[in-house]
Ligand binder design. Sequence first.
Ligand code: HEC
Length: 172
Amino acid sequence: MQNLASTLSKTTLILLAGSFLAACSAPDETETAMQAGGPAYNTSLDVTQLMNLVLEPASDILWDSGGWVLDASGYEELYPTTDEGWAYVRAQAAIVVEAGNMLALPGRAEDNDAWLIYAEGLSEAGILAMEAAATQNEDDFFQAGAQLYSVCTACHQAYNPDINNRFDESED
Ligand code: HEC
């Protein structure tokens, strides 16, 4: 990347040299300054920690609040029944929205391509869940939970298929 960047800025310099002689050394300096003074993200939590400590706990609360899991005792009405209950799940959905951004940060994103699409998918599903919680719409909330689940499994399938196998095992 560094090589590509310096090649590009050399090319820029050559192109600019003819018409902007006085400023011909500026692009390199500007680029270095921007890199050094750019936003400093604290990404000391790795993706595994983000999954276990931030994303999964919030998602589990959403799924547990949506009649998502059928257990031995049959179908249970799991949706929140109070304004406070809906406000609580809405806040968990907000964590999911932001977890999409956290995964997209430089230092966490595994590429600039599909990874970012899955990360954005997480945020979109989170927004749907937030809207459903705000209007206390059970069907929409359930759909948002299903959409969320499919984003998790799609990203794991692409980047770490073992995770999905572990999910399957733990659900048996
Ligand atoms: C943008 C991609 C992506 C999305 C979206 C994603 N994950 Fe992950 N997840 C990963 C990767 C990559 C790993 C493996 C990390 C590692 O251990 O190297 C992982 C690992 C995990 C793990 C196992 C952590 C461990 O201890 O090994 C859990 C649990 C998990 N994810 C839960 C979720 C849940 C729940 C969702 C959806 C709400 C989700 N993930 C969405 C990429 C993603």
